[in-house]
Design a protein around this ligand. Structure first.
Ligand code: SAM
Length: 446
């Protein structure tokens, strides 16, 4: 339970003891307040959600309240477009942003979670009472939420779950049906996928974890909760990695003892795969903090890799490698199932500027491949400028590289993701239950 001591800001609601009829928030209200701060941080800036999860008020909650706050915020972000459409239909004039956030939180509870209607309205109004800005809007909040509750619940149109500019891009790239199938995946909370240190243990671990064995193999676990409590975690027998994210490293086909460079490696799921395959791995990233997570994962799994903190474009090192994997920084629009905030934090201009970065990093990656070696380029983006266009432009720039076609189903990839060009375009609806969107291309150096 969090006491509101002194002045602090939660989302847009400034709380002070004097300002509030209650100086203590009950667990439920504190969780709702924290959910507001998470959602607001996600909407304010890219990466804001992750940062806000490390800070108060979220970090101060009891574990149960933290789980509830996280679920509230994630559902708010998954359904944001549809929630706002419902609110807009009922608001003659847009109220202050802090009031809009409270209304969104009320609608999430009333329509998408099992919160009884009375509690959804009551808790939202009680949160409104806590600030001078929102207090005058208590009547409006009460009226709008009750009005929405009187509406018969209906399925959200997938298009309403995605910002218009992004849906238009997906429609242009994948057609109307493709764009709708992708957008429909926004609504669903994904299961947890695991990659195994030793794939021969798939059946045993699947039984222990009550998991589904996916192609690859990866495991899909439907239980929730802290993964550190799951069987095999402390022994380092697996790590959390989306089923799609596990595909690119397998396509490098690393044999024991081969040298591999994982450029842009952190937090390191692909490094672990390459090391587990027996590669002599160098993992490079410019973020020391993110590499710290790789160090911990290496320790837990007992796998080995050389870690380099450097900029991939300017790294001074004379070595060439049999395999190079570049998992480039990107808009990450393919990861919206786990990170619905990417939908609302991305801007059209980001895609063009990231495409420039990707081209520079691809040239640096190609330079690091030894003669006869292979290169994998991948991005967790659904945007063709970051995928297909990069692969095509690289081949034009680099006569020393040739495409090495990826076979349908290779590396555990969904059959539907194989393209006529021999690349992979993995879309979030290509597997029952979903997976991240990815583009993957493979090259050989002459
Ligand atoms: C998509 S993430 C990589 C995920 C990672 N491959 C994995 O499987 O866990 C992109 C990474 O690129 C790193 N990065 C961005 N620009 C970089 C650069 N110029 N040089 C090195 N790393 C860079 C970021 O720090 C980030 O960790």
């Amino acid at each position: 339970m969090t006491a509101a001591r002194g002045r602090r800001t939660a989302c847009c609601v400034t709380l002070t003891p004097d300002d509030s009829p209650e100086s203590e928030l009950s667990g439920g209200l504190a969780a709702r307040e924290a959910a507001l701060s998470l959602a607001q941080a996600a909407l304010d800036r890219r990466g804001g959600l992750e940062e806000a999860m490390e800070q108060a008020p979220f970090s101060k909650l009891e574990p149960r309240d933290r789980a509830f706050a996280r679920m509230l915020a994630m559902t708010l972000l998954r359904r944001l477009g549809a929630i706002d459409a419902r609110l807009q239909a009922r608001l003659a004039k847009e109220p202050p942003e802090s009031v809009v956030m409270l209304l969104r939180l009320g609608v999430v509870q009333a329509l998408y979670l099992d919160t009884p209607a009375f509690a959804a309205v009551d808790t939202t109004v009680r949160l409104a009472e806590r600030s001078k800005t929102t207090r005058p809007f208590k009547g409006l909040i009460n009226g709008v939420l009750r009005g929405i509750l009187r509406d018969p619940p209906r399925e959200d149109d997938p298009e309403s779950l995605v910002p218009g500019w992004l849906f238009a891009r997906w429609r242009a790239a994948y057609g109307e049906a493709g764009a709708r199938a992708i957008a429909a995946m926004v609504a669903f909370e994904p299961a947890t996928d695991l990659t195994l240190r030793d794939t021969a243990e798939a059946a045993e671990l699947a039984a222990l974890l009550e998991a589904e064995i996916l192609p690859g193999p990866s495991l899909r676990v439907r239980q929730h909760g802290d993964v550190a409590g799951w069987s095999g975690y402390h022994e380092g027998r697996w790590w959390v990695q989306d089923a799609a994210a596990a595909v690119p490293a397998r396509l490098l086909r690393i044999a024991a003892g081969e040298t591999v460079l994982d450029l842009c490696a952190a937090p390191g799921g692909k490094t672990l795969e390459l090391a587990a395959a027996g590669g002599k791995v160098t993992a490079l990233d410019r973020s020391g903090a993110r590499l710290g997570r790789l160090r911990q994962a290496l320790q837990r799994t007992g796998l080995v890799a050389e870690i380099v903190t450097a900029d991939a474009a300017t790294w001074r090192d004379p070595r060439r490698f049999a395999g190079v994997l570049l998992d480039a920084p990107c808009s990450a629009t393919g990861t919206f199932r786990r990170h619905p905030d990417v939908l609302w934090g991305s801007k059209p201009a980001d895609i063009a500027s990231l495409a420039g970065v990707q081209a520079r990093l691809l040239d640096a990656a190609a330079d690091r491949v030894e003669a006869g070696g292979r290169l994998i380029y991948c991005v967790c983006s659904l945007e063709p400028e970051e995928g297909e266009a990069q692969a095509a432009a690289l081949l034009k720039r680099r006569p020393d590289l040739s495409p090495w076609a990826i076979e349908a189903g290779e590396g555990g990839s969904p059959m539907a993701s194989a393209t006529p060009a021999g690349t992979l375009r993995i879309l979030p609806h290509h597997l029952d239950g979903g997976l991240d969107g990815f583009f993957v291309a493979r090259f050989r150096k002459s």
